[in-house]
Design a binder for this molecule. Structure first.
Ligand code: MV4
Length: 450
């Protein structure tokens, strides 16, 4: 096992990794930007090094700065968290070439998974259902029209280098397809430096269900069930839960086995997530695979009792998984609400600034993962998430009632937060019935769907 790890991240996830390290007896090194001097991840780590100015580009994305910090402090491994450099194959290679173990998948896996179309083809090859569409990059408007003729409208154009909803365009007819095609291409070129796009049949009002995978370096792969992440806005998840109210144990077993098969096929190692869309008829389709620990990992931890961060560290250290698929049992129901410093009454506009009053909820069945406190100044430079509120209950209703109670207790002022949005969701009849789709968040905030 490692004796010292550097955490190349900030905020709640840096704190989450530090906590796991402490429980494993591993010393920790935090890195921070000038804006984060007073952050809890700096205070709770054994050592902390400033790696640059406030902007992400100068700090948490500054590869030479992070590597220098790792060398000075003589760490054996590095945890990237999520976002920033977590899925950057070049960064993983630099770490390995400096004898620093990157706690994540191999850089080759990250390269493949960064290409959404190549990943889709790889999964299709082992019998995982994918959405009908082009199986190579679509280079001309004529090709795009020919594919649309076969799969029929509506269609969606996606950037091969995209993911997470970036660079997507929907078209309902030939005229719109032509302009959507050119727009998607130029957006892809501008955002990723790669103009390649592909086309799929557009699934209307789907649900987003993802499976958590754990894979060790000894060809042993298991899944830890699913998370339903259907409640999103502009591709930002707001509420996640496990199990999904949509799946029964038969469908869970079926998709879970396919997810494991897919991860095995690409020789994936570490924690990963296979993302699926489920349509109104319960057909499911593989979308993409995420090569990182995800924000919403706590809901899986709550229902399986497994510490995913510790598992990531053990896997990177070369340990074998300590259990088989049959040893994984699911207990009760967990829900996570993302508390962002954003104003739901004003188009979710970021609301950075100083938190004057802060009271986090507690009590039975409540978990809060957060780096903020009374007097904390939310910097304007990064993601606006300030906390994750997770509740667990024996049933979905119990988890919801505990969430309602915890949301009532939560006080954050004067910054605006998504607490108000969550209070509305947790008492909304459609949500209580589990009748949601990807248009839900926009509908209840009376916004137009994209
Ligand atoms: C789709 C789709 C409909 N049809 N693909 C958005 C994120 C990316 N991972 C996949 N996304 C979508 N792909 C086809 N063929 C609709 C979405 C989508 C979506 C998916 C999950 C959750 C929220 C969403 C919001 C808008 C669009």
């Amino acid at each position: 096992m490692f004796s010292k790890i550097l955490i190349a991240n900030r905020g709640e996830i840096a704190l989450r990794v530090i906590r796991a390290c402490k429980e494993l007896g591993i010393r920790t090194v935090a890195v921070y930007s000038e804006a984060d001097v007073n952050s809890l991840h700096v205070r709770f780590a054994d050592e902390a090094i400033c790696i640059g100015a406030s902007s992400s580009a100068n700090s948490y994305l500054n590869i030479p700065g992070i590597i220098s910090a790792a060398e000075i402090t003589d760490v054996e491994a590095l945890h990237p968290g999520y976002g920033f450099l977590a899925e950057n194959p070049h960064f993983a290679e630099v770490c390995e070439s400096c004898q620093i173990k990157f706690i994540g998948p191999k850089s080759d896996s990250m390269k493949l998974l960064g290409n959404k179309m190549a990943t889709k083809e790889a999964m299709k090859k082992v019998g995982i259902p994918t959405v009908p569409g082009s199986d190579t990059a679509v280079k001309t408007k004529e090709d795009a029209l020919a594919i649309a003729k076969i799969i029929k409208y509506p269609v969606i154009i996606k950037a091969t280098a995209g993911g997470g909803g970036k660079g997507m365009r929907v078209a309902h007819n030939d005229v719109r397809l032509a302009s959507a095609f050119y727009m998607a291409q130029s957006e892809a070129e501008a955002a990723f430096g790669i103009p390649d796009v592909y086309i799929e049949k557009y699934i209307e009002r789907p649900r987003h269900i993802e499976f958590q995978i754990l894979a060790d370096a000894h060809d042993h792969i298991i899944h830890l069930g699913e998370r339903d992440c259907t409640i999103q806005r502009r591709h930002q998840k707001l509420v996640e839960e496990s199990p999904s109210p949509l799946l029964n144990s038969k469908l869970r077993k079926k998709i879970g086995e396919l997810a494991v098969k897919g991860a095995k096929h690409i020789k994936y190692v570490n924690a990963g997530t296979m993302e699926f869309l489920v349509d109104q008829e319960f057909n499911f389709f593989f979308m993409e695979m995420n090569a990182r620990i995800q924000v919403e990992h706590p809901v899986t931890e709550m229902v399986t009792g497994i510490d995913l961060i510790k598992e990531q560290i053990r896997i990177a250290a070369g340990d074998k998984l300590g259990y088989n698929q049959d040893d994984i049992t699911f207990k009760g129901h967990a829900i996570e609400c993302r508390i962002n410093a954003e104003d739901p009454e004003n188009n979710f506009m970021p609301s950075p600034g100083k938190i004057e009053t802060y009271h986090a909820p507690g009590g039975r069945g409540v978990r809060v993962d957060s780096h903020v406190y009374a007097g904390y100044e939310i910097p304007p430079h990064y993601d606006s998430m300030i906390a994750k509120l997770i509740t667990h209950g024996r049933t979905r209703n119990e988890a919801i009632y505990t969430m309602q109670r915890a949301l009532d207790e939560y006080v954050v002022s004067p910054v605006k937060t998504t607490l108000t949005f969550h209070r509305r969701v947790m008492s909304d009849d459609a949500f209580l019935r589990g009748e949601i789709d990807t248009g839900y968040a926009e509908r209840i905030t009376q916004e137009a769907e994209i």
